[in-house]
Design a protein. Structure first.
Length: 145
């Protein structure tokens, strides 16, 4: 069977499963998931964000982002604080533990990226990432029936 004979959805799902297995194996000793590292990486760039902002940046719905925040807070990676501008809202901040994990968690994710890159030329891998980004950014219109 050739790749051209297989449905794109199947190929993407299979590739994603492989990358997820690698990521989970690298991250599980630290008690985090790939999605949680995605959220932490946003806070490493700019601490003190609203949960809705984190959800938008990660393209996750409010229930999913709330679950990720809850688990990170339970494991002392982050904390929620009342917004001084509006006490009805809470901001998400890194704890000392969350800040201290940046280097090691980024290293683990870099190792996953390096493993995925194997077999690609540099320019080819760059284009591959661009294609994935474009696919994820497009609003795909599917006709029903």
């Amino acid at each position: 069977m050739k790749a051209s004979d297989v449905c794109v959805q199947f190929l993407l799902r299979r590739a994603l499963q492989r990358v997820n297995r690698m990521s989970k194996a690298k991250l599980s000793p630290y008690g985090v998931t790939p999605a949680q590292v995605g959220l932490l990486s946003l806070l490493w760039k700019k601490d003190g964000r609203f949960s809705y902002e984190l959800g938008e940046r990660l393209s996750l719905d409010s229930a999913t982002i709330t679950g990720i925040i809850d688990r990170l807070e339970q494991n002392d990676f982050i904390e929620r604080r009342v917004d001084p501008e509006d006490r009805r809202n809470k901001l998400v901040f890194l704890t000392e533990k969350g800040r201290s994990m940046e280097k090691v968690l980024c290293q683990q994710m870099n190792e996953v990226n390096d493993e995925v890159k194997k077999g690609f030329e540099a320019e080819e891998f760059h284009r591959f990432k661009e294609i994935l980004f474009e696919m994820g950014s497009k609003d795909l219109h599917v006709k029903k029936g």
